[in-house]
Design a binder for this molecule. Structure first.
Ligand SMILES: Nc1ncnc2c1ncn2[C@@H]1O[C@H](COP(=O)(O)OP(=O)(O)OP(=O)(O)O)[C@@H](O)[C@H]1O
Length: 334
């Protein structure tokens, strides 16, 4: 399988201060990453982990302090211009569009920058406006667009020149659930059209629904990588029991915590109500049944039994900290 992106021992430090007082802060540390061509790849991690920095390095906006980065077979340091022609970049936030121009005129401006003028350019603009379902709003000024519409226009701009690789930094941030669902469908469609996609997100269900491979970055290091299933298995998040558990006393919670079917227990407050999540130590139905009955007798319920989610795995991995070895949590190498 050919790789669309490979990072080998990539590190990056930002400089702070001036001249003799200058210090360097390392925010990426020996990153190894391989994104297969055609895949929809997720880069996940807590705030400040280094995801945007990695996206900026892949897109040639930043030079890595150390290591080698190849994008679609080219070295980003030696051939940044060639790399740029083949990639689309959509950074989060409100930057990058001209508010006073209509969606159509924004795209015309960017099309000309890409050397896509004339009839071919006009046809391509119509095409991408259809793809992102913005044709009806083409003549409306961008300042009147909702956040979801802006994000769709950003993606339209990102795919105008038919890039082989599309980089999306938090595409659905701040977009309402209906808009976010449309965005996910759009990203999937772009990927199914043959474009490799690398996206960052804080929404685990979004990653779970969209990506076929992912890497979790924490404090500038990769702490897990593989498919969603690999990560769930490697983090050993098996099944969980979950449900409301109002007013349990400490001794009652202890009985639940020390039950042989319980591996871990979390209590969360939702709207003033306690909710219990129990990671199961075993798939043995009789033991799980006994635990469910204990919960029922203590007034907890209704209790639901479900498989561990990517979010369960992510929380476990990130809480283990960057010191935890990659091999403890990662599946097959990404
Ligand atoms: N231009 C810069 N100069 C100095 N430090 C920076 C710069 N950009 C980012 N950083 C720092 O580098 C670290 C990594 O930032 P980065 O934006 O890559 O993280 P991130 O994983 O994308 O975070 P988030 O999820 O919050 O967007 C952070 O500590 C951030 O403060």
């Amino acid at each position: 399988m050919t790789e669309a992106v490979t990072l080998e021992r990539v590190s990056h430090s930002y400089a702070r201060g001036r001249e003799r007082r200058r210090t360097h802060r390392r925010v990426l540390n020996d990153i190894e990453l391989a994104v297969p061509e055609g895949s929809l790849f997720g880069l996940l991690g807590p705030n400040g982990a280094g995801k945007t920095t990695a996206i900026k390095i892949i897109s040639t906006l930043l030079l890595p302090t150390a290591g080698s980065v190849r994008v679609l077979g080219r070295d980003v340091t030696r051939s940044p211009g060639d790399v740029r022609r083949d990639i689309g970049l959509v950074l989060g936030g409100d930057r990058g569009l001209y508010d006073r121009l209509s969606g159509h005129d924004n795209l015309r401006y960017f099309a000309e920058l890409y050397g896509l003028g004339g009839r071919a350019g006009a046809r391509r603009i119509d095409e991408v406006l259809e793809i992102v379902e913005m044709a009806d709003h083409r003549h409306t000024r961008v300042e009147r667009y909702s956040r979801g519409m802006r994000q769709r226009l950003h993606i339209a701009r990102g795919i105008l020149h038919r890039p082989r690789l599309l980089l999306l930094d938090e595409p659905s941030i701040g977009v309402d659930p209906v808009g976010a669902r449309r965005l996910r469908a759009l990203v999937r469609e772009v990927n199914q059209g043959g474009t490799t996609v690398v996206l960052t997100t804080h929404y685990m269900f979004e990653a779970e629904e969209l990506v076929d491979r992912l890497a979790i970055v924490d404090h500038g290091r990769i702490v897990a990588r593989g498919s969603v299933d690999d990560i769930r298995k490697a983090a050993r998040v098996g099944e969980v029991l979950e449900g409301p558990a109002p007013g349990l006393t400490e001794p009652e919670l202890d009985r639940i915590r020390t039950h042989p079917a319980t591996e871990g227990m979390e209590i969360a407050e939702h709207g003033g109500r306690q909710r219990l999540t129990l990671r199961l130590a075993t798939g043995d139905d009789r033991r799980v049944q006994a635990l469910t009955e204990l919960l029922g007798s203590l007034g907890a319920g209704p209790i639901v039994r479900r498989g561990g989610t990517l979010e369960d795995a992510y929380v476990k991995i990130v809480q283990a900290g960057p010191g935890a070895s990659v091999k403890d949590v990662s599946g097959t190498p990404a």
